[in-house]
Write a protein that binds this ligand. Structure first.
Ligand SMILES: C[S@@+](CC[C@H](N)C(=O)[O-])C[C@H]1O[C@@H](n2cnc3c(N)ncnc32)[C@H](O)[C@@H]1O
Length: 207
């Protein structure tokens, strides 16, 4: 089901509030998983002729709709592919993501996050949402990213289901990538250092 116009409006507000700061002109926006373009059509009216807008959509059917809707807009570049296979020399001021992390395996979610950060400029923004009935931050690295970067959140009740809209200010993208790598290494290390056989069928040493 597409996002409601309320969620789209609030997400776009996050972009617009930070759009025209000195030194950030022209602006580059990347949208991930635009679907039928609910967010896209709210963002585009705020962009100037010299700004750029890239959207990456995997689904064939949605991509056809996007092409039909936005083909006359010269600022828009539509990419029909998996975001993990999207390569570009561009770096972005805003990454607006609708990727359905709840339904994606954790390892792939991690790769998607890493790729998002790789494409961010310093002092950029990542804007994304999660449905409120799902585990808030189910990935350890996401908890760390949220702690590391300036974080803002808003619950949008007028969406089906209600959504938690999150904005991260990415001052240094490399910092986040490093954090993610350390969080994975830390987890591996702890797994290895667990004393083997200490709790086997409840017969481990009593403390
Ligand atoms: C929850 S829908 C959101 C659609 C729209 N942005 C909205 O909010 O109404 C998620 C979208 O992400 C797309 N998607 C999922 N995985 C993707 C990937 N790896 N690369 C690009 N798009 C992807 C899906 O095809 C779908 O259009």
């Amino acid at each position: 089901m597409p996002s409601s116009r309320y969620l789209a409006r609030d997400a776009v507000k996050m972009v617009v509030e930070n759009l025209r700061i000195p030194g950030r002109d022209p602006v580059s926006v990347l949208e991930l998983g635009p679907g039928t373009g609910t967010f896209t059509e709210h963002i585009l009216p705020h962009l100037k002729k010299e700004d750029s807008f890239d959207a990456v959509e995997l689904n064939d059917y949605f991509f056809k709709i996007l092409r039909r809707k936005f083909r006359v807009n010269s600022r828009v570049s539509l990419h029909h592919k998996d975001f993990l296979k999207f390569t570009t020399d561009n770096r972005y001021d805003f990454v607006v993501s609708s990727l359905p992390y709840e339904r994606i395996p954790k390892r792939i979610t991690r790769d998607l996050w890493e790729h998002k950060l790789e494409l961010c400029k310093p002092d950029s923004y990542i804007i994304y949402y999660k449905y409120v009935n799902f585990n808030h931050f189910r990935n350890r690295f996401e908890k760390q990213l949220v702690k590391n970067y300036t974080y803002d959140e808003k619950i949008v009740f007028l969406n089906m289901p209600p959504a938690r809209l999150i904005t991260l200010k990415i001052d240094d993208p490399g910092n986040g990538i490093e954090l993610m790598n350390n969080s994975i290494k830390g987890r591996k290390k702890r797994k290895r250092s667990r004393p083997s056989g200490s709790i086997v069928n409840g017969t481990g040493p009593s403390k």
